[in-house]
Design a protein around this ligand. Structure first.
Ligand code: ADP
Ligand code: ZN
Length: 816
């Protein structure tokens, strides 16, 4: 009997690809193991086995595999099911999902690193080219395939690599993780029998003649102020003046027990261990409501105002899952912004918290992966952003999606263009787990589902500590300008309130959702303004670095002194960003410390942490920032929040602009008055009578929801209709026009008037590529599967037209 495997390759293919394996190999592979396979002319890829069978493919002769890479599967069946769902729902290939899901250290392909194996003999039987590679590896521990091609001056080097592999002289890529050894640090803790005072006295007595050992036990207690906990051996030696022999003696006697703790986990400090807080009556009610919602629903929405203590409610649910030795997935919009949350969860759950961070190194990610894969009996909380929904998560009991309204849960580029919240809902279903969505400003779609009883809903309307929601004030800047009451971008009211807060020793947050100094530089003489050569946007002026920069492609040039067009020096700026606010507020309040938090000030792994810590510790009085400030941060001492300009948010050309504006403003407002006295929020605007602003000012989510839902009904937008956006992308303007006209026409033949466009977005050209959108709206009573099939059919005919070969087609399901 012949054996075959169907595999997922990390490239966009429409089907699984089949390889043949031997009978012997069939004993070693199972679904979820990785295999190295040849594909195309000369490429080797890492593929995942998705099916093992006996049916020979009809249209091609299957190749055999190069090798099996794992002894046991590294992907769970459940992951493969979820990948399948993602690929179908989001209309992308399994390979694209695989690429997004696997840490790149798992993928071996032609870009792979080659390293040599330490051989015990030197008697090598090598061809000239093989020897060249072998020699190069004596000097460089790792080589890329491309480098090998250069060394040997050959285009196709994979056969060569394969031979060296077979001769056992080199190894490929796997070594990156297999050789990975976590850094371990030696700890000891006192045997628990000595928590009994009598026993302890006995011990000290017994050690009378071993002074050093006695001293070490005493030092242990002084370090830990009388408690029993894991203590670094190096600290113990330093404090007690003993040596590692002393430690060994105590371990041999069973006084100390030894622990090795991984270096990265050591960051967690047992001193920070806290009891969970007990809930107040409102939180308790919410907790009970969630539990009863879970009786009838798999999904529940917790609508809890800012600072109502949602996190503490989550903690109770987490504790109950962990007590069953089950796992919890805790999704957050942006992991780098959650240092406070990580601290809080670690103080409750210690080393059970696994943080999955996209800024982690390859090794750290692989390590987290294995920890989860191999663990089925302990119970972990995995805290991570979007992509952590793709991790192996056996034994899942609960998923929490915090700030579920956040747009960062949706991946826009590249494929898979998935939404982590929606994917998590499917994952929960596959795992028989419950899922809780939490937000002070739920997305319209989640609230809609809750209103339609698809989800359970729980309301938590009281701020913790009996604090009131902040007092809101709208400031009419049109009027202020007319009456000359503006200093730069600050109204007299805002200045007064800042002054007042500072005198009261309160901190201040100023929100402006645009970074840089000014988005437009304009010549007053001729009206010209510098544009990005690659994108249809003006260059943003960054004063600090004295440069002009494109926020779409990062193109940048030094700031100009004369107008490019007329040569005059009469340059002016239009609009304003965080940098300008920072500059102005420093001039207005020179005696106070001002910091800025936006993409430009938070680069690097710990960039955010620094700013957050500085503000938290009170060494910064005024923090200026972008929407980063809205994401669930918990500062105790913020008295005042100033929203510098509400209008740019409201006027954004998008059907969700109003919903988003409400969410952003309500969230940033929610940073104030979280402890002590009631907070204050000032919103500067040209349109104080705008409905959304009125709703934000009166904390009226429900009115906002009702009104927006009406509009979604009227204008056929989500959540009432579904959307799939098709983008055509190409360098050539005319070609994009032709192609998108063809595509729209063909779609209309099947889907009729629910096809909109083609239309250029407000920024038509980005990175020298023109984009044109076609929007397919899907009414509630129309089959989504059939609609997708129709779109794929049109797309396939499109791709077969030679004229359009170079036009990229991007499908984005739920593109909002
Ligand atoms: P939310 O996530 O709803 O905005 P948080 O969970 O961050 O609110 O809670 C706001 C603040 O109130 C936090 O500083 C938190 O420590 C505190 N807090 C919430 N619940 C309790 C409680 N039951 N006991 C003590 N402090 C609490
Ligand atoms: Zn650009």
């Amino acid at each position: 009997m012949n054996f075959f495997i169907d595999v997922i390759l990390p490239i966009p293919l429409q089907k699984l690809y089949t390889y043949s394996i031997t009978k012997a190999e069939s004993d070693f592979v199972s679904v979820g193991t990785r295999v190295a396979v040849p594909f195309g002319k000369s490429k080797i890829y890492t593929a995942i086995v998705s099916k093992i069978h006996h049916e020979e493919p009809k249209v091609y002769v299957p190749k055999s595999i190069h090798q099996i890479l794992d002894e046991s599967p590294v992907i769970t069946n459940q992951q493969i099911n979820l990948w399948n769902w993602i690929s179908k729902y989001y209309m992308c290939s399994l390979g694209e999902v695989m690429r997004a899901a696997l840490p790149s250290a798992f993928l071996l392909e032609s870009e792979t690193l080659i390293s040599k194996i330490e051989l015990e003999f030197n008697d090598l039987d090598l061809s000239d080219n093989e020897f060249l590679i072998y020699e190069a590896l004596q000097f460089r521990p790792k080589l890329k395939v491309a480098e090998i091609a250069a060394i040997t001056d050959r285009k196709t080097v994979l056969p060569l690599i394969k031979q060296l592999l077979e001769k056992g002289i080199i190894e490929v890529h796997e070594e990156i993780y297999e050789k990975y050894k976590p850094k371990l640090v030696r700890y000891v803790h006192l045997n628990a029998i000595y928590s009994n005072d009598e026993k302890l006295q006995e011990l000290i007595e017994q050690l009378k003649r071993a002074k050093k050992q006695q001293q070490m036990v005493l030092s242990y207690f002084s370090i830990n102020s009388g408690k029993i906990k894991a203590t670094k051996v190096s600290d113990l030696i330093k404090v007690s003046g003993g040596s590692s022999t002393t430690v060994k003696a105590l371990i041999d006697k069973g006084v100390f027990l030894e622990d090795y703790i991984q270096e990265d986990r050591v960051v967690f400090n047992d001193d920070n261990r806290l009891e969970q807080k007990s809930l107040n009556q409102f939180q308790n009610k919410a907790l009970e409501d969630i539990k009863s919602a879970f009786k009838n629903h798999d999904v529940a929405l917790l609508h809890g105002v800012t600072s109502s203590g949602k996190t503490e409610v989550y903690a109770k649910l987490i504790a109950s899952a962990l007590s069953k030795q089950k796992n919890v997935l805790y999704l957050v919009p942006e992991i780098a912004l959650t240092t406070q949350l990580v601290g809080r969860l670690q103080s409750y759950f210690g080393e059970k918290v696994i943080v999955y961070h996209s800024r982690y190194s390859l090794n750290e990610r692989v390590e987290a992966w294995y920890k989860l894969l191999n663990n089925t009996s302990e119970g972990f909380i995995v805290l991570g952003a979007r992509s952590s929904v793709l991790l192996p998560l056996p034994n899942l009991d609960l998923i929490i999606v915090d700030e579920e309204h956040e747009q960062s849960y949706k991946q826009f580029d590249p494929a898979p263009r998935y939404h982590a919240r929606d994917t998590a809902i499917v994952l929960a279903k596959f795992s028989n787990a419950k899922i809780l969505l939490g937000s002070a400003t739920p997305s319209l779609e989640s609230y809609y589902n809750a209103s339609n009883k698809k989800y359970g809903i729980v309301e938590l309307n009281e701020r913790f500590n009996n604090l009131l929601l902040p007092e809101m004030e709208l400031v009419d800047i049109k009027d202020k300008l007319k009456r000359k009451r503006m200093t730069g971008h600050f109204s007299d009211r805002l200045i007064e309130e800042i002054q007042f807060s500072l005198e009261e020793k309160g901190q201040i947050i100023l929100f402006q959702n645009r970074r840089g100094f000014a988005p437009i530089v304009e010549c007053k003489t001729c009206g010209h303004s510098p544009q990005c050569p690659n994108c249809d946007v003006s260059l943003t002026y960054h004063q600090f670095r004295s440069e002009l920069r494109c926020h779409y492609c990062s193109h940048n040039i030094p700031m100009i002194k004369n107008c490019d067009a007329c040569g005059n020096t009469s340059l002016d700026t239009k609009g304003f960003g965080t940098e300008q606010i920072e500059t102005e507020v420093k001039l207005l309040f020179p005696n106070y410390k001002v910091a800025r938090m936006d993409l430009d000030t938070t680069r690097g792994k710990h960039g955010y942490k620094k700013v957050i810590n500085a503000f938290e510790s009170g060494s910064v009085d005024i923090l200026v920032g972008t929407q980063m400030l809205t994401k669930g941060l918990d500062f105790k001492n913020v008295r005042l929040v100033g929203i510098m300009n509400a209008d740019t948010l409201l006027n954004f050309p998008d059907f969700r602009a109003h919903e988003r504006s409400f969410q952003l403003m309500a969230q940033v407002a929610g940073r104030s008055g979280r402890q002590g006295s009631r907070g204050k929020v000032l919103i500067q605007t040209y349109n104080p009578y705008h409905k959304i602003l009125q709703q934000v000012a009166s904390h009226d989510y429900k009115s906002m929801y009702d009104e927006q839902i009406d509009q979604r009904h009227n204008f056929k937008y989500p959540p009432v209709y579904r959307l799939i956006r098709i983008t055509l992308r190409q360098k050539d303007y005319n070609k994009v026009n032709l192609a998108s006209d063809w595509m729209a026409k063909s779609l209309r033949q099947i889907l009729g008037s629910n096809v909109l466009g083609p239309e250029y977005p407000s920024i038509a050209r980005i990175r020298n590529q023109y984009n044109k959108h076609i929007l397919v709206k899907i009414p509630g009573n129309q089959s989504i599967t059939k609609t997708k099939e129709a779109i794929l059919k049109v797309k396939n005919s499109f791709t077969s037209i030679s004229e359009f070969k170079s036009v990229r087609v991007v499908l984005n399901v739920d593109n909002y």
